[in-house]
Design a protein around this ligand. Structure first.
Ligand code: SAM
Ligand code: SF4
Length: 507
């Protein structure tokens, strides 16, 4: 183990059994993983100064919702002309609308524990950060958090987040997922419930992931942080579990093999060159598609390194990404993996989110608190020593929904797709041919109606009503060309029943 880190015997014993070598090697080809650093740089170099026509041809391929080839993404990353970047932003937005229409999904993170055996240089939860106040929520406390989120704010989706530690192993994660699904609270006109629990946690074994599948895990997220092997070793000190690059790289292969249908990838931008990392994400998406019958990442996340308490690395990194490059990288991810969901988080400031959401984002968190127990403890502002990093956007869900409505986006609380088996391979096909949007539009209207009636302020309600009216008119107009004639009357029946207090009606 790392000389500077000390563990007690139960931690040491637990750590010895986490990584299963054969659940890494079985996926490798000739003993190698699928990220070839040298090859990535060669591709970036080889595609310097692409012809505008070549770039436009690539954009047509993205518009056809086809995953790009690495040389094509490398060409986009090399564009220098500002006008051509503008065309890329526009096309990225067009693809977003084609695949996901004007919908955006909101969720909240629920940090369950910040105990951690790792020592990632960029994270306030790292082992040797002695100023961090450590805590693992009890199951009752997890429920208390979920009650605030579902009953007072109106969230329907959470992402539960955990440090890597024996106290927050797969058994604890499974218990917390169950506890969250158990919560049902009365609201103004109906009741609130969390209908989908996604998880951001460390890589696990296939058998642990099977247990999480059985308790109804939503999407399982593991960010590689950096795909660059050497940088990976520098920021994840030797001897820690997280220092094992391939164990992490194949985490989602194991998840899919365990029957967890929706998996999510991501990079912590700011650890290494952003263009290399975008290539890494593309290689990861293509590898998953190749191995798992076309199932690529359900979502891609692109957090930027944020300041964190007593964590000097977050200021010192020479690869921090500027706002200009951030917008560029978001557009190239959208163009390269056109079907995928893309998550922008409250790490980003409100003005950045407003600028970047229209070019490709499909999900954002809101009313975000990332301290352990922060929702039910009700501390209002951020407390650096209780959280993993400092947030850029602490606005309420109500404020964010109001702003999104003003921008023409409908916030969808729909989780029906997952509950009707529209996951994995099935959802990938629907997304690629633009069909998922039809069900989603109906369910977006119904779930938004619920939320407006239960939680919206008067101002947000006004903005929301306008969007709902526009959506209903569109659905009526598209009957029978897109929707079967029976759909619209059924939609209106559900709509009325929701206004009368019924909940959770969906297509
Ligand atoms: N402990 C698990 C792991 O490492 O996989 C769970 C993830 S951690 C609690 C959630 C994510 O936060 C990390 O994967 C990392 O990308 C991100 N993160 C960590 N430190 C950060 C920082 N200073 N700024 C922004 N994001 C950070
Ligand atoms: Fe632990 Fe995850 Fe933070 Fe690393 S990023 S120190 S593994 S919580």
């Amino acid at each position: 183990m790392n000389g500077q880190l000390s563990y007690d015997s139960s931690e040491t014993n637990w750590m010895k059994n986490v990584i299963k070598e054969d659940e890494i090697t079985r996926y490798m080809e000739n003993g190698k993983d699928f990220i070839d650093d040298e090859e990535i740089w060669k591709k970036i170099e080889r595609n310097k100064a692409p012809e505008p026509q070549k770039v436009r041809d690539i954009l047509q391929k993205s518009l056809a919702v086809e995953t790009l080839e690495p040389d094509e993404t490398a060409a986009l990353l090399n564009v220098e002309d500002e006008g051509l970047w503008e065309e890329m932003f526009e096309t990225a937005g067009e693809i977003k609308r084609k695949v996901y229409d004007n919908r955006i999904v909101t969720f909240a993170p629920l940090y369950c524990s910040n105990l951690c055996v790792n020592n990632c240089l960029y994270c306030a939860f790292r082992r040797e950060n002695s100023v961090e106040k450590r805590r693992r929520l009890t199951l009752q406390e997890v429920k208390d958090e979920a009650e605030v989120l579902a009953g007072e704010i109106g969230h329907k989706r959470l992402i539960a987040v955990y440090g890597e530690h024996p106290a927050s192993d797969a058994n604890y994660i499974a218990d917390t997922i169950r506890a969250i699904y158990d919560v049902k609270v009365k609201t103004k006109n109906g009741y609130g419930q969390i209908r989908r629990v996604n998880v951001n946690a460390s890589p696990m074994s296939i058998s642990d992931l099977e247990m999480l599948r059985d308790v109804g895990i939503g999407t399982y997220q593991v960010f590689q942080e950096t795909y660059h092997h050497e940088t990976y070793q520098q920021v994840h000190p030797a001897g820690t579990l997280k220092s094992n690059y391939p164990w992490r790289l194949y985490a989602l292969h194991r998840a899919l093999d365990a029957g967890v249908d929706d998996v999510a990838i991501g990079v912590l931008f700011g650890l290494y060159d952003w263009r290399f990392e975008v290539m890494g994400l593309l290689f990861h998406a293509r590898e998953l598609e190749k191995r798992f019958n076309g199932i690529g990442p359900h979502t891609i996340s692109f957090p930027r390194l944020e300041p964190a308490a007593n964590t000097p690395f977050t200021h010192e990194s020479k690869y921090k990404v500027s706002d200009r490059d951030f917008k560029r990288l978001v557009s190239v991810i959208r163009l390269s993996v056109p079907y995928t969901g893309m998550i922008i988080t409250a790490r980003e400031r409100a003005d950045i989110k407003k600028d970047v959401i229209p070019i490709g984002c499909t999900q954002t968190d809101a009313s975000t608190r990332i301290g352990i127990g922060a929702y039910s403890d009700r501390y209002s502002e951020q407390e650096a020593e209780r959280q993993q990093f400092i947030l850029g956007d602490t606005r309420s869900l109500d404020e964010i929904i109001g702003e999104l409505a003003g921008m023409g986006h409908i916030t969808s609380f729909c989780t029906a797709g997952y509950r009707c088996g529209r996951t994995g391979e099935h959802i990938m096909k629907l997304l690629r041919c633009g069909q998922e949007g039809r069900f989603c539009k109906l369910n977006a209207v119904l779930t938004f109606r619920e939320w407006l009636d239960d939680f919206a302020s008067e101002e947000t309600k006004k903005a929301g009503e306008k969007i709902i009216k526009k959506e209903l008119d569109e659905i009526e107009e598209q009957t029978p060309s897109i929707y079967q004639p029976s759909i619209y009357p059924k939609l209106m029946e559900y709509y009325k029943r929701i206004e009368d207090g019924e909940r959770d009606l969906y297509f």
